[in-house]
Each structure stands twice: as C-alpha cells, then as structure tokens.
Design a protein around this ligand. Structure first.
Ligand SMILES: C[S@@+](CC[C@H](N)C(=O)[O-])C[C@H]1O[C@@H](n2cnc3c(N)ncnc32)[C@H](O)[C@@H]1O
Length: 306
C-alpha cells in the first residue's frame, strides 16, 4: 500500500508496528488517522490479521481512510467510547494516539495553523471545535489571553504579548499576528527560535481543547482495551507527554498499603503494565528524514487482567 507522505509522514512507525505485533490478530483503533501513515504501516505488516478503525476530527483525514476502505468516523477521541461502541463487537486489542496536527493541516494556509503561511486565524482541527483562534485573539480579555499563552504555550512573556495583541486589535491573519508577537519580544528572544512558536501552539491547544481530549481519550482507551491489549501514545510537547506519563504511571500503580500489612486494605490493583519506562525517541536517521519526528515521544502500556 503506497505511503501518502505528502499528507503526513508518520513518526516512529516501526516502533508502533513492533509494539502492536503482540496484539495482532485483532482490532486496532487509530484514534488520530490523519494521512493514515501508521495504519498503512500496520496493514502492510499484518495484512488481514489487523482490522483498523479510524477516527479523526478532520473530515479530510476521514475521507483518506474511507478511500482506503477503512471504517472511519469523524469525531473527537475525547468521546472514544461512544464513537466506537456501535463499531466493535468486543474490546479492541490496540489503540493508537498520535497527538497534535498533521503536516497537511499545518501546510494548508487557510487552516491558519502555521506562522510560516499567510492565512485566517482559524486553527480548528474539525467542525466540532467551538472556537476559532480569531475569537481568542480579538475578543478575550487580556488576562484570559495571557493565561492561555502561559498555560498552553509555556510562554514566559505571556503578559507582554497579550497586551501587545490587545493593542493591535483587530488582527485578522497569521502573519499579522506573527508580526505583533515578534515586535513585542526583546531582540534576544527573536534570535532564539521563531518568536511565534509558543503562542501558535497555545492558541491551537485552546481552540481545540486538546488537553481535555487527551485526558479523556486515554482514560477511555484504558477502560476499553481487552486484557493484554496495548495503548500507544505519541506526544510532541511536554504538556501532552506529562498527561500520558502521569496516566500510565497511575494505571501501573498497584496496592498502596504500607509494607508489612498482613492483607491488602486498599483494594487497589494495577490496570496497566508499562512497556516503556522512558519514552521512545526517533533514531537520528528518522529525524534526518522527518524533522517532525525530533520532538516525538512514544509511551506504551499493556492492560493487565482485572
Ligand atoms: C499527527 S496527526 C496524525 C498522523 C497520522 N498518524 C499519520 O500517520 O498520518 C494528528 C491527527 O489527529 C487528529 N486529531 C487531533 N486531536 C484529535 C482529537 N481530539 N480527536 C480526533 N482527532 C484528533 C488531527 O486532526 C490530525 O489529523
């Protein structure tokens, strides 16, 4: 099956296939189908032994899956359980999350995701998003805007940038916003990476309420999986990775009674076995061929029998 690398080149595809090998034959939910790079890799490797169910917020990604004859649903993986309920007869054996945006989304100017391309301040991954970036940029009070930049962009100059944005309203395009941000920065910051990177990340996360979906999607994935099933999650920034790491660690924690108690009083049992103590990173050859892979961190866990 040909790779549609123009749409999106998947990160850590070999590692995903290796981790899913143990759960094949079975049903694997690709909760972030995008260009289908990971699913295509799984199908190429496992053939008819794997049945893929695809989910994406973006109608274009869903159309990709349908064109490949894959069962696909447009929706938010924050509603994973509800979305897959009518599609599966039993619990799935694998669930994959490859968070964030696809290269196609970033590279399409009218989607407004990129500070490198002139476009409207949109940034919605799909029609279910209730906000646009323009609403946050032009309508939110300065303290709320600064809060988003601090929380989701980890932007140290959030207050200063929020004030500069408010002073420049209305801001209509990605390049106008980018210029306002750059001009609000001291020269030293302008030399250290693109000055708009953190702000664009923050707006995108807020528009799509991404971290709420990551938290809910992981919880539901762990609930849904069959015992012995595997969940694999690829993150691209520390906010996502922290949620995955914390959720997996909590799931892998068993009895918390003080040592020496004759019988367990807490009744707590681990629901997960960690498959990655440290996140898996892309090898240097992969990073050389796919720059996006440099920030990818993969964590995986296996559901243990209840
Ligand atoms: C990094 S891309 C996935 C690329 C894909 N693995 C591939 O190989 O082509 C992330 C995709 O997840 C989708 N997405 C992000 N958050 C989502 C959510 N909460 N629910 C459903 N899809 C989401 C985006 O629309 C995007 O298509």
């Amino acid at each position: 099956m040909a790779q549609d690398n123009l749409f999106h080149q998947p990160a850590l595809a070999d590692e995903v296939a290796d981790l899913m090998r143990e759960v094949v034959p079975g049903v694997i939910i690709d909760a972030t189908f995008g260009g289908g790079g990971h699913s295509r890799r799984l199908i190429a490797e496992f053939g008819a032994d794997v049945e893929i169910i695809a989910i994406d917020r973006d109608p274009e990604a869903v159309a990709n899956a349908v064109a490949l004859g894959i069962t696909a649903v447009q929706g938010n993986f924050g509603d994973l359980a509800r979305i897959v309920a009518p599609l599966i007869e039993g619990p799935p054996s694998g669930i994959l999350f490859d968070f964030g945006v696809s290269s196609r989304q970033l590279d399409t100017p009218k989607r407004g995701f990129s500070y490198h391309r002139e476009g409207p301040l949109d940034m919605r991954m799909g029609p279910d998003a209730r906000l646009t970036a323009a609403e946050i940029v032009n309508e939110w009070p300065i303290p709320d805007l600064a809060g988003v930049l601090r929380r989701y962009g980890e932007e140290p100059m959030a207050d200063r940038i929020a004030a500069a944005i408010a002073a420049a309203r209305p801001i209509e395009t990605t390049s106008q916003l980018s210029t306002v941000i750059a001009e609000a920065m001291p020269a030293a910051r302008r030399r250290a990476g693109h000055p708009a990177r953190r702000v664009f990340q923050a707006l995108r996360i807020a528009v799509n309420d991404e971290l709420t979906a990551v938290t809910a999607g992981l919880d539901q994935a762990i609930q849904l999986l069959q015992s012995g099933g595997r969940v694999v999650a690829i993150s691209y920034h520390s906010l996502e990775d922290r949620i995955v790491k914390t959720r997996f660690a909590a799931g892998a924690t068993g009895c918390v009674c003080p040592p020496g108690l004759p019988v367990c009083g807490c009744g707590r049992a681990a629901e997960l076995r960690l498959l990655t103590r440290k996140p898996i990173r892309a090898r240097s050859e992969e990073v050389a061929a796919n720059r996006r892979a440099r920030s990818a961190k993969l964590r995986a866990a296996e559901k243990v029998a209840a």
